[in-house]
Design a protein around this ligand. Sequence first.
Ligand code: TSJ
Length: 642
Amino acid sequence: MAKANNEYNASSIKVLEGLEAVRVRPGMYIGSTSTRGLNHLIYEIVDNSVDEHLAGYCDSIWVTLEQDGSATVEDNGRGIPIDMHEKGVSAERVVFTTLHAGGKFDNKAYATSGGLHGVGSSVVNALSKHMTVDVKKDGSVFEDRYERGKPVMELVNGLLPAVGKARGTGTKINFLPDDTIFEKTRFKSDDIKSRLHETTYLNPNLTIYFEDKRNGSEEKAVFHEPEGISGFVKDLNKSDETVTDIIYYRGEYEHIQVEVAFQYIRDFREEILGFCNNIYNSEGGSHLTGFKTAFTQIINNYARELGTLKEKDANYTGADVRNGMTAVISIKHPDPRFEGQTKTKLDNPDAAKAVAQVTGDEAVHYFDRNLEQLKAVIECAERAAKIRKSEAKAKTNLLTKPKFSFDSNGKLANCESRDASKCEIFIVEGDSAGGSAKMARDRMYQAILPIRGKILNVEKASMDKVLANAEIKAMINAFGCGFSEGYGQDFDITKLRYDKIIIMADADVDGAHISTLLLTLFYRFMPDLIYQGHVYVAMPPLYKVVPKKKSEDGEYLYDDAALAKYRKSHTGFTLQRYKGLGEMDPQQLWETTLDPANRRLRQIQIDDGRMASEMTGLLMGTDVPPRREFIHAHATDAQLDV
Ligand code: TSJ
């Protein structure tokens, strides 16, 4: 008996050391301690219920953001096992206090769980100020509680007490993220909703009920997508002109289940989302590669059979064939492996084989019977190939011209330093602001490139027009790293001549429009500039206030909140509203917008593929209001660089 006790103590010490490690290095377990990591806590917990759904025992999940800042997740599955585990305590305790306890249960669902999936409940426990677990089974509710990962309830013979009566079965977890670990502790409801919604597309028999009970944001939503990934594609394309039906197929190859849905739109956009075991793979991976390879082959074969491609013609490229394609590829793999910077790239070579095999069988089966759909797909490829060829021509023309021989108005005032890590380039709208900026700048490190009027909307214009545009040429030349379209390899970020590319436009609707066009340009042709954090938007002040008392200094105010605050603490002052950059003299422009010590910059960030596609959608659409919303929404996430 004494021996058993010792053993129990020994193993429980080990457990606590394990959870302590999670608290010491939370980032290693949940990615980060920012809002993203915080939201991740909810996903870790919900994934357990999704596994229970996949095992065939749960069809509803309730996710509630509570008023006190905690989150509750409940399901109607079998309930976490609470009977005695070999370690001498309730199995539930083992789940919440052992790192990677998930695999211990011989549950078939875990045979296809994704990455950290289903094993994160102890991590969430370790990072929560408190956690309550309620398990409904056998007519009772059994409860357990933890604080910062440590159990705080006395167990009777190692088993959980019943705290009430219950009907049915299920699991409910309530937890409050530890504010000494997380930088921010307010869950972001939009991100959580979109992740939950995505989960229901991938699990068409599941319903997720979401409720936000927090003050000021009461909201309910129900997610249920019986059409599955076809419904996902339909919704991704909901504001586009489609040119094919939604094509869906599924199959299995060597114990890997493959499910694909895709549809073509008229726009020149490719969006292919990959999921493995219900987890989004933002860096793609072998399942996507397998699909792309097989699909390119299939379409080229058909195009030759139909005579669209003649003997002398080269094959369509992969990018041609996917021009206008929106696709969702979801596989279930018994042993997924991930690589890449964020471990979100599927690495299993057999996944490529499985998707290629199933696509080879099923897509051909479909196209053989739906010739008009096939013809619409080939038409998209043909349009892309045409443009690709004219691009290549335009590119040669561009590259044969000497660098820095600008057309009339793209006059770059370069900086003197050639140390790219210290240099900045301001893209300034308008000649007068451009002139002031040239006078005001720090000539050593700040370059000014004035551009005139609205640059071309690169999404609407064809490639040769884009490259013929003087402003765009000037920018490409100035940055020094070329550009790429689709999967082109011509962009070389190591040649970038400036650490910061700063868009400087008026703080009005037109300015926002110009910023959007520039961001679209960068995103389409030089996306790494954005991904690697080189692109910024300058935030000029909206107001200058000058106190009537001569002894006090004037101040620049950058937003309406600052003005409201100033009004509260000051009485006699004059208020000057800046309408545009052109109204500032060089000295003012330096003080407010150029001087690294005082200016405000907003760094443009794109987190992952989902965010990126949201951005493409918003930036490239035709309606102006959502674009403005995008800019403003992201202005609130601004990273100030002062
Ligand atoms: F609800 C929830 F999201 F908060 C949540 C649900 C959180 C966690 C950590 C787990 C669960 C959960 C677990 N829901 N359902 C289950 N099911 C099991 O763990 C279970 C039940 C029965 C059996 C069995 O073989 O009888 C096996 C397992 C794995």
